[in-house]
Design a binder for this molecule. Sequence first.
Ligand SMILES: Cc1ncc(C[n+]2csc(CCOP(=O)(O)OP(=O)(O)O)c2C)c(N)n1
Ligand SMILES: [Mg+2]
Length: 642
Amino acid sequence: MTEEVGDVGTVRLTVSQALVRFLANQYSERDGVQQRLIPGCWGIFGHGNVAGVGQALLQAHETGSDDLPYYLARNEQGMVHASVGYSRMRNRLQAMACTASIGPGSSNMLTGAALATTNRIPVLLLASDIFATRVGSPVLQELELPSGYDVSVNDAFRPLSRFFDRVWRPEQLPAAMLGAMRVLTDQAETGAVTIALPQDVQAEAHDWDEELFAPRVWHIPRPLPEPAALDRAVAVLRGAQRPLIIAGGGVLYSEATEALRRFVEATGIPVADTQAGKGSILWDHPQAVGGVGSTGSPVANALAREADVVLGIGTRYSDFTTASKTAFQNPDVRFVNLNVTPLDVAKHSGVMLLADARTGLEALTGELDGHHVSEEYTRTHRQHFEEWNKVVDRAYHLGHQPLPAQTEVLGALNETVGANGTIVQAAGSMPGDLQMLWRAEDPKQYHVEYAYSCMGYEIAGALGIKMAAPEREVYALVGDASYLMLAQEITTAVAEHVKLIVVLVQNHGFSSIGSLSESLGSQRFGTNYRFRDPDTGTYTGDTLPVDLAANAESLGADVIRVKSIDEFRDALDTARAATRTTAVHIETDMFAPVPSSESWWDVPVSQVSELDSTQQAFETYQEHKSRQRPFLRPAEQEGTQQ
Ligand SMILES: Cc1ncc(C[n+]2csc(CCOP(=O)(O)OP(=O)(O)O)c2C)c(N)n1
Ligand SMILES: [Mg+2]
């Protein structure tokens, strides 16, 4: 032990040692189950944290008393993604800490911070900062602003964090950390929490009140709906002829899938899901109608178009969910929003049912006792869904030649990963295909980060997911461009003996943005990974001599290269049987057909242009634009009261 005991009831430690000891003693609890709130700390050391937080982690490890397991990442953005994957898998009941060096080490975490906050997933970012004393300024990697010497690169975290504090003096640490824990565990507030730690302060000693280090439990409540709000919601739902539920990520975080199932079985209301909410209801449940919105199923989108009441549960109503506010075309549509977050509960002028998803659903089930939608309504959507299933089957077994279609890759995965597998995706053409086609067999089978849709999340996120759920087989599905952005956490997975299956889908560029570009009249400009053609000056030359499989191999993964879907299925079997991280590389046809969601996404087209393609796209754009609706109609209208 290097610490000295000072006065009675105090202990002398550096700020970093105190921080680590504090974090090791935080717990969260929900439904009587308690766990470490901060189960570990990712880090990449440099000046700023190597002798501060780094020394404290080492000391905690060596003495074993206040251990905060340390994991060495390869990229700071990657370690925040891994932390987000971990926390989401644990339904936001746990959050990892991330320590980074000053300057670029910390600013590399900015994208991760934005991703965490956008997705409402807790992560604790310990960003190292310039000297509080400023004696040696400017130090290496210091942002020297003539307008204010108290500003550092880390101020860029402020708008991306749900809580930000800088500990200029040791005495500030307790308040900063208690504030940080409060926000991390607050289901409405949560997201990135950043504590900026000046490098001199990290190493500074102080006499701490021992009570700071007492084990502390952060109870995560399940707020009940206010009775009057419940009455209002029930009145609107009872009056609905064509209600539709939109189940978002909040259903999963609240562990409300059983409550949702009971509610829809009692009422017969169909359920569509969002990217974060897929798995809220299993795909083959009689009330499941698939994904909703821009990349949803046409069945859910047809129901959404005519719905008179939309019950949104744990959803942010992103533009993909609402098809940029064109999904709901019934002029009388009204919304009931069951959400733990005030920001979301007030959206679309809905009835504000501010509550935990599970307790809210239980209350609604009780209050709506005996209420059931008409049999005709149920019959129609079941028929549509059966037709849609045939479309999915065809897309999954297209037999596309000479290269397979991406939908066949997803089909092979969907048919083999099983309820105990988790697929991870974030950006490119896969999230849309998955949202439309994937048949979720378990609440934790589908993990698509689509709030920030950050290329590079897949492998790093999968690493955190596997660490959170080692019993599951975790598949990182990654496009070639996403792979090239952030593949290096494969090395971390290898070093940590964490087995991942990486499915590398090579289509030589941006299938997603390519087809988006084409649909907007921009002719796939700049979306191919090909040689620049000397004649045209564009990237329309041959494919590049780039071997991503060899790249994955060089990072330490076992690699299987396949050319057909049959070989792909065999490779998945081999990868599942393996104990090491294994990458399966498959080339697909970027132009293979995909079923239509019969929906739209608002991406503005140039209003004036010299290109015919753009002018035509602008006409189509205006047609869609005219269908956008503001949803200003108050949910409580005359005739809707009980
Ligand atoms: C970090 C980041 N940069 C840019 C984008 C915009 N973007 C979305 S998808 C995409 C291309 C993805 O290509 P790839 O991973 O190969 O998937 P594909 O579209 O081919 O399926 C780009 C550039 C993004 N989502 N994230
Ligand atoms: Mg690609």
